[in-house]
Write a protein that binds this ligand. Structure first.
Ligand code: SAM
Ligand code: SF4
Length: 445
């Protein structure tokens, strides 16, 4: 989501005549887009911003801004740590960045006094509709599309409702138009983004033939010529009903890949987290999806060390994690967040215990992921090539429909194309492959 927001701001700035440089050392303006999900992310951003403010000593016209969740969370207090910041822009004001910069630069060019820090944090009606710009000069093989902003849930550990505000959906027609334009510009894969995507527009749009607005949106995206793959993140067990499960059977462009946050395998902890489902319900949804798409790849989020998580609770998480057999996972060590309902519980689980629990899950994940990847050796997978790989001349990176990373010797002309590749080697994180069509490399050259 942050990547999408950053890209949208970059596209808006390009539209106004700014150019985006490769290295931050060449930039006259640096904008840091920030995350608040864990304290560590905020500390990292503050450290980075502190380092960057030193450039002001050499170049008083250098402009530094902080945008996004940490700006929203800390607001003016950021100035206590970072008094030289020029811009503090919240999550509903990304679209105002170009105007703020213009204003600041005009003041600097007038040789006037250094303008005061611009702090723009108010909620704004319709701000969810402003994250829509893509850089027309840049072909994005795979693009993120923000379909909604904010969250109405009250998970006890989570700062997102505070930093991103209430749930607000974009109009379906606008999302479809955005994706049509992307497809016309070469995009082949889209990932629909929202805090709970399957809740998309449940208040704004009616259910039609028992299909939720999100399923209706999926159908419309599926009908767009040029779009070959559809993904979404993140869905929530609440509202993950049969109409969405059936999409895995009838919408072939919907990839056999699902990111489905579990958070914990203990019903006691799920309750304390205010996650309104049981682990049995969570597993039932996965079983239903696997019944219609047996080859689906499933990834998840888990938090270890939530206050009160006992060894027995963690054992339930370990058991569910192992049995479900996730192919990928984001594992988080619990971090206390301000103004959440869990904040008063403190952080009683020792760091070493969190580390150990995290490692147990990492080991299981490594095992499952490697086994799943090794099973692909000698099979042919459809690969969507995204661009050159970091490892070596002539090597290109793409992804399978299951979102596995594949490295193949190929040619630049295959970027943006769906190409069959035979898998030759596998590690837990990466596949190596070769093009299936004989002579394709020389033909393409
Ligand atoms: N909306 C998504 C959902 O409900 O599944 C999750 C969005 S949240 C930004 C991404 C992940 O961060 C969560 O799924 C959770 O695992 C993790 N997370 C959120 N708050 C956290 C906290 N206080 N400490 C550790 N991890 C946290
Ligand atoms: Fe945070 Fe829960 Fe909303 Fe996800 S559903 S963003 S975890 S409050």
């Amino acid at each position: 989501m942050n990547e999408r927001d950053s890209d949208a701001v970059a596209a808006m700035l390009r539209g106004k005549g700014y150019s985006i440089v490769e290295s931050e050392l060449d930039a006259d303006v640096v904008l840091l887009n920030t995350c608040s999900v864990r304290d560590q992310a905020e500390q990292k951003a503050i450290g980075k911003a502190g380092h960057l403010t030193k450039r002001k000593r050499k170049n008083p016209n250098f402009i530094l801004g902080v945008m996004g969740c940490m700006a929203q969370n800390r607001g003016n207090d950021l100035l206590d740590r970072l008094p030289d910041l020029d811009l503090i822009v919240g999550t509903q004001k990304f679209h105002r960045v170009p105007d703020h910069l213009d204003h600041m630069i005009a003041t600097l060019q007038g040789q006037g006094p250094r303008p005061d820090t611009i702090v723009d944090l108010e909620a704004e009606d319709g701000s969810q509709n402003t994250i829509k710009s893509h850089d027309a000069d840049k072909q994005q093989v795979s693009a993120f599309v923000s379909i909604m902003q904010g969250c109405n849930m009250k998970c006890s550990y989570c700062i997102v409702p505070k930093t991103r505000g209430a749930e607000r959906a974009r109009p379906m027609d606008e999302i479809v138009a955005e994706i049509e334009a992307l497809a016309a510009n070469g995009t082949r894969e889209v990932t629909l983004l929202g805090q709970i995507v399957n809740q998309y527009a449940v208040r704004e749009f009616p259910f039609v033939d028992k299909k939720s607005p999100f399923v209706q949106l999926l159908e419309r995206v599926h009908a767009i010529e040029g779009i070959e793959r559809i993904r979404f993140t993140s869905p929530h067990p609440v509202g993950f009903k049969d109409d969405l499960i059936e999409c895995y059977a009838r919408l072939p462009k919907l990839c056999e890949y699902l990111h489905f946050p579990m958070q914990s395998g203990s019903n006691r902890i799920l309750k304390a987290m205010r996650r309104p489902y049981t682990i049995e319900k969570f597993r039932e949804i996965i079983a239903k999806i696997r019944a219609v798409r047996p080859d689906v790849y499933i990834s998840t989020d888990v938090i270890v060390g939530f206050p009160g998580e006992t060894d027995a609770d963690f054992e339930l998480t370990r058991h569910a994690f192992d049995e479900i057999g996730f192919d990928m996972a984001y594992l988080f060590k619990y971090s206390v967040r301000p103004d959440t309902t869990a904040e008063p519980l403190g952080d009683p689980i020792p760091k070493a215990v969190k580390e150990a629990r995290n490692q147990v899950l990492l080991d299981i994940l490594g095992r499952h992921s490697l086994a799943r990847n090794e099973a692909l050796i000698d099979t042919v997978e459809e690969v969507l090539f995204e661009g050159p790989a970091k490892r070596g001349e002539g090597m290109f990176m793409g992804r399978t429909r299951g979102h596995r990373k594949v490295i193949v010797k190929a040619t630049p002309r295959l970027v943006g194309q769906l190409v069959p590749a035979r898998i030759t080697e596998a590690t837990a994180s990466t596949l190596m492959g070769e093009l299936v069509l004989e002579g394709m490399e020389s033909e393409q050259d």
